[in-house]
Design a protein around this ligand. Sequence first.
Ligand code: ADP
Ligand code: MG
Length: 558
Amino acid sequence: MQSLLDLLIRNTIVVGAMSEFVESTNMTRLTEQIKAWCGMHGLQYTDGVLNWSHAPITVLPSTFSKSAYEGCQDVQPIINELVDKISRDREFIKDQLTSVASADPFTQKLLDLYNTLPEKQIRCAPQFGIHRSDYMLDMAKDSENSNKERALQIEINTIAASFGCLSQKVGELHKYLLHRNMVGGSLTTEYAALTEAIDRNLDVYLQKGSGNECLESSLPTNPTIERLSYAFCEAHVKYCPNPSSKDHAVILFIVQPGERNLGDLKALAHSLWTRHDIAVEFMSLAQIAQHARVATDSTGTVSQLIIRPGPNQWSTTAVASSDSPSSVLSPGELCVSVAYFRAGYSPDDYPSELEWEARALIERSSSIKCPSVGYQLVGTKKIQQCLFENSIMEKFITNKNASKLRLFFASQYAMGPNATPEGLVAMERAIEDGSSWVLKPQREGGGNNYYGTELSAYLKTHRNDPILGGFILMQRIFPATQNSVFFIRDKLSILPSISELGIYGTYISAVNAASEDDDSVVSVHNEVAGYLLRTKPHGVDEGGVAAGSSSLDSIMFP
Ligand code: ADP
Ligand code: MG
């Protein structure tokens, strides 16, 4: 896959909008403003060893339909509830995923782990989800709606839905740049050159009123950091309701060794500390395998996850933890209230059985998992595809909510042995011409899908191969392009681009204390928690920021 940087360096995309005005303007002052702001506010990436550089970003917000944005926010609580309900239905998950798992060993491993969990845990344990549902605005092609854009869902992320904190920051940067470059009622030369080159009349917003107020109606606020940390706090308190247990309880962030997106994670950890007095520890799955244990408390019902963090965050030689089954904490040990997975979504996160053992240890403990393996399985492409089929969603949510959500679904079909007649027709069409389709395996994190001629060739070669059972075939969504100013590794570029909106949702469910039925689970927290806008040059198929395809962006209503 070509990264955005490759494309910029090799200039394989036509830079259509780099106006003479921009080329002749010295942008140093503006780029220094951007870099300083990113450094001061943590809109940063690391190289894994705490050398920081600015994250890939756009310099000006992108236009996005207000009604589509509000529509996507509106259905997020329904999605949150749907994920929870499905995750608690073992038979359904097994029915949907058994044949996929036989074509895909990673899904098989997750399903095996899920199947080892006691039924009571699946049905009643408290669950905490940070979800992000991603959308693109499809340009409708039928004549009746020829000018109407429709938000269609790309996928629901139920594990490691990242970039929430940096997304808030890029919106703040955009607002800062706009204010800072409005001097005496007119825009600075550099900023004016960029807005003119990409035809974004941001100064109009400033002139509508005064100060920040006039911006809010056009540039929506994005309080992701506050909303995510509030949800964490709610889950933490649910795990340890009395203050004495809170003293030794921490939230554990499970990260990939050498994680680059630490700016995003540390902003969340700092917010938990400053707003809620909750400490966060960072460990990799391999470290957890060596330095964590599960101990049953005096009531015999709670299996506490106990960690002994190493001398430094990335240490692989941390002090070995005791083998004691005691729930009494030894010096240096901490009890985990919430185990938050920012790793564990890809087979690469499990280079040996050790990492799977760590995953199983966490999963069997009473810590609240964000997400549980059940939530993770609901995030597979196959489960999302089956929701497109008639009457499936109605098993879990009201007919009214199902109809609302269905408006956002693009066509998608199971492939391989479970393909329906419609799926087989779609496959033949995609073999003839792959340009209107995306072929997706059961993977997260970007860089895994097939597009265009490669997609057709893959389907043709594997037409009768059971391996196709691990894939879904999805209608390709075609958003309108607009020009964007990218700032990547200190370099400004103007390119035609397309954007993908993500809406964060937070959800906690737990046994209903007011009910006589022990197994009755209710939602105790169900919120929309901000948005992410990712923008990539037109012509780049894949979309992740971490995968190097997209840049962080913010929304401006037209
Ligand atoms: P992943 O789990 O790897 O993030 P996605 O389904 O989100 O998988 O696909 C990765 C990227 O591919 C998306 O961010 C988007 O840019 C692009 N993409 C995925 N599905 C479609 C689609 N149906 N139409 C257009 N682009 C798509
Ligand atoms: Mg994605």
